[in-house]
Design a protein around this ligand. Structure first.
Ligand SMILES: O=C(O)[C@@H](CO)OP(=O)(O)O
Length: 260
């Protein structure tokens, strides 16, 4: 039996603001940093140690990983940073507010953008300075691999080969692997581990900054999984994700319309 630990990065500035984040390189909030530190402390307390870690090239995931490894006194372990584990590219929606967009375009439109398997948001203009082709960290990628927008299906198509060809062999070789990534890129991994269908994976929700432990069999399928964290907080965080964008869930949604 193998063990694998997955962590969605701690709360980011745009999780807090309820903006579409995607490949925008936003940092953690103070709460996000605390979540990461707590995740590291709990992992230490539970006796987890890692041989290698994988993360994206986005700073909210990298910083979460640093804080976790610091608590584990494991800053020295090899770390693979890869664009394959980046968040879903949310196209021209990036930076827009999910509540405001629900008000303007309707809750169903926002829900479909967020949680329909093959829904592709409007693309980000290739000449927009926020486009990844303008960023140094993607300069070694060929243009056809750099997305201007992505559906969840596209994310699964880019994450799965990396998961199967790069990460799984490390697990099979007996390495203790930690993956710190994003809501949608981690969905690709749990989809494979738990055999979750295309129909069910969009509504799979994961809280920020809480270690998710997987026990895996020889066929690289999950035997069971569990979170290391307060069940009440996890339930609340998952409910917030499910209802994000519903105006009735946002008691104070008018404040989103009046902010500058
Ligand atoms: O905005 C995003 O990039 C992601 C993660 O925060 O959002 P969602 O979970 O709605 O796909």
């Amino acid at each position: 039996m193998y063990k694998l630990v997955l962590i969605r990065h701690g709360e980011s500035l745009w999780n807090k603001a309820k903006n579409f984040s995607g490949w925008s390189d936003v940092d953690l909030t103070e709460k996000g940093k605390e979540e990461a530190i707590l995740a590291g402390k709990i992992l230490l307390q539970e006796g987890f140690l890692f041989d290698i870690a994988f993360t994206s090239v986005l700073k909210r995931a990298i910083r979460t990983l640093w804080l976790v490894l610091d608590e584990l006194n494991s800053c020295w372990i090899p770390v693979e940073r890869t664009w394959h584990l980046n968040e879903r590219h949310y196209g021209a929606l990036q930076g827009l507010n999910k509540i405001e967009m629900s008000y303007l375009c309707g809750e169903k439109r926002v829900k479909d953008w967020r949680r329909k398997y093959d829904e592709i948001p409007p693309p980000l203009n290739k000449f927009d300075e926020r486009h990844p082709r303008m960023k140094q960290c993607y300069h070694n990628l060929s243009e056809d691999l750099i997305p201007s927008t992505e559906s969840l299906k596209n994310v699964i198509t880019r994450v799965t080969p990396y998961w199967k060809n790069i990460i799984i062999p490390k697990i099979r070789s007996g390495k203790n692997v930690l993956i710190v990534a994003h809501h949608n890129s981690l969905k690709a991994i749990v989809k494979d581990l738990d055999n979750i269908s295309d129909k069910d994976i969009p509504s799979y929700e994961m809280p920020t900054g809480i270690p998710l432990i997987y026990l895996i069999d020889q066929n690289m399928k999950a035997i069971r999984h569990y979170y290391l964290g307060d069940p009440k907080m996890i339930k609340r965080a998952i409910e917030d994700e499910i209802h994000l964008g519903e105006l009735s869930w946002e008691k104070d949604f008018k404040s989103y319309l009046t902010k500058s």
